[in-house]
Structure formats: C-alpha cells, structure tokens
Design a protein around this ligand. Structure first.
Ligand code: ACO
Length: 322
C-alpha cells in the first residue's frame, strides 16, 4: 500500500495585528473578557489580501523549499469558507498563479474541519497510485464575513492560511482518519444567499455574516473532540502515550483545556497558538503545523493527531506519523 506523507508545511498570516484593546474601541468588550473566555490576545487581519493571495504565497514557499517544479503538482485542494469568488475556485486561482499546469484543482467547504477533510481526500488520490504530489491548503479571510458590530463573534476570528505538500513516503505519513458531519445542527452559519430572481421575489432575506450560538458550539466541541481522538486511537491500537502532540483547531483555549481533561492527558501535549491568531477556521491547523515545524518540534517518526471541528457541523481527526 502507498503511504501518503506530509513532506513540507508552510503558513502565512497578514502583517496587520489587531489587539483586544483595539476591538474594545469598536464594540463593548475588554481585553479581560476576551482573554479569560477565549485565550485570544491578538488576531491578524487582512488589509486587502484575499484568500487566494494567502495560498499563493504559501504555495510559492512550499515549492521553493522542497525544490518541487510547479508542473509536477498533480492536485491542488483549498479548504475555505471564504473564497475570493463563488467561481473560479481559490484552488484554480492558485493553479494559475503558481504555474501548476498539470494539476486539477478544487475547493472544499467544511469550515474549521476543512483542512483535515482535504488531507483525507488528497491521501486517497495519492494512495490510488495515479497521482504523486498534492498541495493542500487551509486558508480564510474570515474578516469578510464577520459582523464588526457583533461582540459575540467579532472578537473570535482572524485571517490567515497554511498549506502542505503531500507525497508518497516509504513509511508512516497519514495513518488513520475519523471524519463526521451533522447537517441538522445549525449553531453556526455564515453568509446566507437566498434565491431571488425574475420568478421568485423572496420575502426571506439573506445575511452576509457569521451567526453563532457560542455556547452550543462550545458544548459540541468539548463532546466530539475527545470522542474522535479516542476513536482514532482505538482504530490504530495506539494510546496517547504514543502521541507526541495533539494539534487541535484553535477556537478557544478553554475548549482545549476541557478536551485535555476529558482525555485525561496533560495540556502540554496540545499545541496552542490561539493567543496570537484567534480562530482562523480551516487555516488554524496548518498554521500551527507550520509553526511547529519551524520550531523543530516535529521530528521524523513523531506521531501527532490533528483534530478539527466547526460549522456544518463538521468534525474530524487524523493520526499522522511525521
Ligand atoms: N465582550 C464582553 N461580553 C461579551 C462578549 C464580548 N466580546 N461576547 C459576549 N459577551 C457577553 C454575552 O452577551 C453574555 O452577556 P449576557 O449574560 O448579559 O447575555 C455574556 O458575555 C456571557 O456569554 P456566554 O455566551 O455565556 O459566554 P461564554 O462563556 O459561553 O463564552 C464564547 C462565549 C467565547 C463565544 C464561547 O461560547 C465559545 O468560545 N464558543 C465556541 C465558539 C467557537 O469556537 N466558534 C467557532 C467554531 S469554528 C468555525 O467553524 C468558524
């Protein structure tokens, strides 16, 4: 059987940093409230770059650092809920900008689980033996769909992206996955487009922003993440002792604390950077992996579990041997 490895990771966040104090000047909030409820101190916001630009920057770095020729890329997948256009996809924009003329390209909409879903999809293409190299991105410009007058949501989100090069490897790589969805739970929705045309004058109005029942999402995440991590361990016959790091979607440090308690494991096993970026949805896991790689935290043979949860509702985990 072919093993799919992650052979390089990269991240990119916009330069502009917005602090909790900055937000307290536009909505009724405070650094104390945001920090104590979420662990978030800062977020990076786009001053004009769109989701495709994040991916293009990341893709260039991935090709350069691995010495990969653009025309050798077979697949491009971008996980995002904030594409530049409804069409073309962000992945097609990336294909053109990078010159990956032989790649097929599509986007995945699975919110904060999008990167895990996309790795799972790319893994199957590579395992088929027909394709050798995939670029997989998670990238968001959430600031485009955030209501900057709503303190319940605007303090939570940030912009940025991360990506990975996937190739066949001799040993390890993606070992197991656990992917789920519950479409009947609409605790988090964003940018609703209603049908309105020459034969339909819709009385229902759409809305352009994320709307969230924060408490419901909190309860959902703290329930499904430990379950998913345990399921993936059971599937592989491994225990948490065999895992060096759990890299969770970075939504809220309190969610991660509860997950650690429910898994009866030390919080130090979790990589956490929510303080710096806020919740970047599909981008949060690849940004974390990129940071970890740059810090030398991921060595050959290390086993990690990545785990995402978000709108859809969707959730999923993946066990990877580096
Ligand atoms: N500043 C000050 N007060 C606030 C703020 C704010 N920014 N936001 C809400 N409040 C107020 C509320 O209005 C409420 O006031 P009230 O009691 O007078 O009505 C009070 O704080 C308490 O609100 P709760 O909702 O009970 O606060 P909670 O402790 O649940 O924390 C939070 C809220 C941080 C949103 C939490 O529920 C959470 O993190 N949920 C998960 C969110 C998440 O991860 N969403 C993204 C999923 S990922 C994706 O797919 C994009």
């Amino acid at each position: 059987m072919i093993n799919t490895g992650i052979t390089a990771v990269e991240g990119y966040v916009p330069e502009k940093v917005v602090t909790n104090d900055d937000l307290s000047r536009i909505v009724d909030t405070s650094d104390e409230w945001i920090t104590s409820r979420t662990g978030i101190k800062r977020r990076h916001l786009s001053t004009g770059e769109n989701t495709s630009q994040f991916c293009i920057n990341i893709g260039k770095k991935l090709l350069e650092k691995t010495g990969t020729a653009a025309e050798d890329i077979d697949i491009i997948i971008v996980a995002t809920i904030t594409p530049d256009y409804a069409t073309p996809s962000v992945s097609c924009q990336v294909q053109t900008a990078l010159g990956c003329v032989n790649a097929f390209a599509f986007d995945i909409s699975a919110a904060c689980s999008g990167f895990v879903y996309s790795l799972g999809i790319a893994d199957k293409f590579i395992k088929s033996g027909q394709y050798k190299k995939a670029l997989v991105f998670g990238a968001e410009t959430l600031s485009k769909i955030t209501d900057w007058t709503d303190r319940n949501t605007c303090v939570l989100f940030g912009d940025g992206g991360g990506g990975a090069l996937l190739e066949p490897v001799e040993k390890g790589g993606i070992i197991a996955e656990d992917l789920h969805a519950r479409g009947d739970d609409v605790s988090l929705t964003g940018r609703h487009h209603v049908v309105e045309n020459m034969v339909c004058k819709n009385v229902e109005k759409g809305h352009p922003y994320l709307i969230m029942d924060g408490r419901a999402i909190f309860n959902f995440a703290t329930r499904v993440v430990p379950q998913s991590v345990n399921d993936i361990l059971e599937k592989t016959g491994l225990t948490l002792e065999d895992i060096k790091y759990i890299v969770p979607h970075q939504a809220n440090s309190r969610i991660i604390d509860i997950v650690a308690r429910r898994l009866k494991t030390d919080i130090d096993k979790f990589y956490i950077n929510v303080e710096e970026y806020g919740n970047t949805s599909a981008a949060s896991i690849p940004i974390a992996l990129s940071e970890m790689s740059a810090k030398g935290l991921l060595e050959k043979g290390d086993r990690i579990i990545i785990t995402g949860f978000g709108a859809g509702l969707t959730w999923g985990s993946m066990l990877i041997e580096w």
